[in-house]
Design a binder for this molecule. Structure first.
Ligand code: PEP
Length: 252
């Protein structure tokens, strides 16, 4: 049985004070809803407040990026060891916004994934096609390529700590959701790539999330699909009631 993971990606939203307030409000709303893992991936500056507020709850804290070097002259970057020492358990890697605005490549996604896994973090690796790539008929090729590139030199044992988020770029922050069938198909391509690299057993055990305008209104239909093992949620993770409704859909 693979684990369903509902993870929020706050992007560049919330201050430390608002983080503490949000998590204190959310905690009783999601308490005991343990059919899924509940994660909030927050800006680096919010991590101490988030970890403190989440103590004793079923909410786990993630970061939104990690550098691939252990230390050194990389101004503005944060290492995996810094994250683990701060109490972070998960990290989003290769989000399309980082690929689009911060020169993230499939190679750096791979290096970050390895650094995260070697430090004991759980990596939420994002893959997804643009609208142009979809219209050209490259969705399967692209998803398999991005997945395989991201997982190069990852061991089968380390795959226990890998979550892959299929996030069609055209559905992120746009309000346009992939249909449940499109989400299932995309997640299926990702799982097939994992099977080609690590075999069917590892692929069956790997959590593959869908992300892209998932919200309280569409989560149940998306999560009902056989290949959709949770969600990576941007906008709707900034509202306690909407995020809780998605957690509820995963617990139904
Ligand atoms: C995301 O940030 O990963 C995301 C899916 O955003 P949204 O839910 O707002 O589309």
């Amino acid at each position: 049985m693979r684990k369903t993971v509902i993870a929020g990606n706050w992007k560049m939203n919330m201050t430390p004070a608002k983080t503490a307030e949000f998590i204190k409000a959310l905690a009783p709303m999601v308490a005991g809803k343990d059919k899924c893992d509940i994660v909030l991936c927050v800006p680096a500056i919010d991590i101490p407040a988030a970890v403190e507020a989440a103590k004793g709850t079923n909410i786990k804290i993630g970061a939104e990026n990690v550098h691939f070097k252990a230390s050194g002259a990389y101004t503005g970057e944060i290492s995996a060891e810094m994250l683990t020492e701060a109490g972070v358990e998960y990290v989003v890697i290769g989000h399309s916004e980082r690929r689009q605005y911060f020169a993230e490549t499939d190679q750096t996604v791979n290096l970050r994934t390895l650094a995260a896994l070697n430090a004991g973090l759980k990596a939420i690796v994002c893959v997804g096609e643009t609208l142009e790539q979809r219209e050209l008929g490259y969705t399967e090729t692209l998803l398999k390529f991005q997945t395989k590139m991201a997982l190069t030199n990852v061991t089968a044992e380390q795959m226990k700590n890998v979550i892959i988020a299929y996030e069609p770029v055209w559905a992120i922050g746009t309000g346009v959701t992939a249909t449940a069938d499109q989400a299932d198909e995309g997640n299926g391509y990702v799982r097939a790539a994992v099977a080609e690299m690590f075999g069917a057993e590892v692929a069956e055990a790997t959590t593959v999330q869908y992300g892209g305008s998932m919200n309280d209104g569409n989560a149940a239909e998306l999560l009902a699909k056989v290949n959709v093992d949770g969600g990576l949620i941007g906008g709707a993770s900034l509202k306690t009631d909407k995020f809780t409704a998605i957690v509820d859909a995963a617990n139904a």
